[in-house]
Design a protein around this ligand. Sequence first.
Ligand SMILES: [Zn+2]
Length: 287
Amino acid sequence: MEKRLHVITRIMVIILIVLIIVLAAVIFFKMKDTDKEKDDAKSTTDTEQAAETDSSVDNPTAMQAITDMQAGTVVDRAQVDPGMLDQYFVANEISDDIFQFIYGMSFVDNESIAREQLRYLKVLHFNYNHEVQVGELIVNVNIAEDVRNIFRELYEQEYEIQSMLLVDRFWTAEDNGASTDRNSIENNNTSAFFYRNIAGTDQLSNHAMGYAIDINPLQNPCVAYNEDGSFREIYTDMERYIDRANGEPHMIGHEDICYQIFAKYGFTWGGDWTDPIDYQHFEKNLG
Ligand SMILES: [Zn+2]
């Protein structure tokens, strides 16, 4: 009796061991399968990603129509095809939409410049975070091609411009534009066309003809003095950038690639003037 019991116990122990081994084997293979599924899933994602990358190289749809992109939009640099830069720098006639927008603000009825003599540019530029951003600018048709090339070269040099929007986006509806100009400058906005007089005079500015462009105005102030010799503070923080050797970034000088590119296209620089010294200002008057 005792011996039979002993045999049964041994058989049960063996069965238990076999069960444990089988269970362990099942768990082991199950885990292996899960890992494989994960790998499969991962390689599928990789393949999909590779396919997406491939298709974006073949057909950069996301960046093709810069004319449809809102100025100020930050774009994914990977989407910009460096081999086809021309398509991101365009100069077009002033559309009805743009004209309706600027009419009564930067453009007013006048005898000096007509809508047909102006061009609306869409370009890419690097902002101060070194991200690629969409910019817009209105200039005279006679310099539109130069300006297009200048901004493409500035982009290729990864030159940083903080903001590049029409002055109309900073419109204050006060004092016929003087405070709008100030508002645009205080937002460090780069701009060109603006039908207005030279600040503080009754003489038409080259900006009114679309022949002048102001670049990064906060770091590149227009330095002028009052008759009593005191510094003419037109907007905030100007004095900070009067010392051109202070080493702050984004200041234009003869060593700066921005000056060199504008000069190459025959523009004169306000930084070379004596009164005022207008560090932000480039112009090419073909009127
Ligand atoms: Zn200017």
